[in-house]
Write a protein that binds this ligand. Structure first.
Ligand code: ADP
Ligand code: MG
Length: 377
């Protein structure tokens, strides 16, 4: 990392920062409804080597981004001006400026092991790594959750993706050995012990390696649908509904909004139940909650796809405790919770099922909760 930085920029970096990707155990499409989520950080990280510049130039290079060094200026960043991958790191600097912070330029070199576009939040990992680097380089004194919200602002306002805050909060605030119970409205989070290995279980991520184009516009449309339903019900956000309110909400809403509301309300309840079970040490009981969550995303939110459904059904048929698609939908990754002794059989079955269905090979890896963003050198 240092050597590559020196080759590109002709000087040594002042430090290296890391921010992980994430998988969400449960609580999908709930963050922009002011609700709850329960992500863990991955061991895969995005690294940023960085050095301050006195002349205000912001230079960006990524081992994964195609093209040469992107050369910008911190005082001349406007949304829409950067349309490549550079919009994510440049957006972070823009969002820090928008928040009123004063600082100069920087040279940044990025390298990552987080798969991109796989629903594992490589975008949030990139934003958080850059935000943490800038925070330290210029002594801005922002907390991890404040830096996460800067990352979200960058993605919403500069990169043009209307995401909620879950991904960035996961990357910034997760700790090893725990899932992060997020309450988006309250702006709070708590660590919930989550250690499948200690209980003879394993959490497997299956990256389907597909990303269906439908996803881009659909996310914004789903978010708009949820916000419209909340307005029609006279609520600030769907977070304000409990499962007991569903019959009344169903009568009051146009039919096409009902499944959206049902997903968000039942999904928030699933997060609460999952947290209670984990706190009580009943990790295996998480399985059916994951599987219910998948059915809700598939049937009510309609954002699963044949590949993700195939992973879930194959895993369950071979003895998984539970499985569900994770991330924004339309492809990406699936998580599978299983007893350690079943993992090999389940993995082999999933790997065999894909070519049999005419799909390209998926990418499987086990995960345990890793630590969030930090300076590493
Ligand atoms: P996800 O966050 O699930 O991986 P997104 O579509 O939200 O998927 O973000 C992926 C995009 O983020 C990439 O297309 C690229 O523009 C940017 N990105 C993520 N990681 C890197 C990286 N290491 N280098 C350059 N760009 C990256
Ligand atoms: Mg993303």
């Amino acid at each position: 990392m240092r050597e590559v930085f020196r080759r590109i920029y002709g000087a040594s970096p002042e430090g290296i920062w890391a921010a992980p990707g994430r998988v969400n155990l449960i609580g999908e499409h709930t963050d922009y409804n002011d609700g709850f989520a329960l992500p863990i950080a991955l061991t895969q990280n995005t690294l940023v080597a960085a050095r301050k510049r006195q002349d205000g130039r912001l230079r960006l290079h990524s081992a994964q981004g195609d093209g040469p060094v992107i050369d910008l200026h911190v005082d001349r960043l406007t949304p829409g001006a950067v349309t490549t991958w550079g919009a994510y790191p440049a957006g972070v600097v823009w969002a820090l400026r928008e928040a009123g912070h004063r600082f100069g330029g920087a040279d940044l070199h990025i390298d990552s092991t987080v798969p991109t576009g796989a629903g594992l939040s490589s975008s949030a990992a990139l934003e958080c790594a850059v935000a943490f680097a800038y925070n330290d380089l210029y002594g801005l004194g922002l907390s991890p959750s404040a830096l996460a919200l800067i990352g979200q602002r960058a993605e919403n306002g500069f990169a043009g993706v209307p995401c909620g805050a879950m991904d960035q909060l996961a990357s910034a605030c997760c700790t090893a050995g725990a899932a992060l119970h997020l309450d988006i409205r309250a702006g709070t989070h708590q660590q919930v012990p989550f250690d499948p290995g200690a209980q003879g279980m394993s959490l497997l991520v299956v990256d389907t390696r597909v990303k269906h184009d439908l996803g881009d516009g659909a996310y914004a449309a789903l978010r708009a649908g949820c916000e419209r339903a909340a307005r029609l019900l006279g609520l600030t956000a769907l977070r304000d509904l409990t499962p007991a309110d569903l019959p009344r909400a169903t009568r009051a809403l146009p039919a096409h909004l009902v499944p959206l509301v049902r997903h968000v309300v039942t999904e928030n309840a699933r997060v609460t139940e999952a947290v209670s079970l984990l706190r009580a040490g009943h990790l295996a009981a998480l399985g059916p909650i994951l599987t219910d969550g998948h059915a809700s995303l598939r049937d009510d939110f309609r954002i699963s796809c044949a590949e993700s459904d195939l992973v879930v059904s194959t895993a369950l048929a071979h003895g998984a405790l539970g499985a569900r698609m994770t991330g924004g939908g339309f492809g990406g990754s699936v998580i599978v919770l299983a007893e350690e002794a079943r993992v090999e059989v389940i993995g082999a079955a999933v790997i065999a099922a894909f070519p049999a269905a005419g799909y390209q090979a998926p990418y499987l890896f086990p995960v345990s909760p890793a630590e969030g963003a930090r300076r590493i050198a």
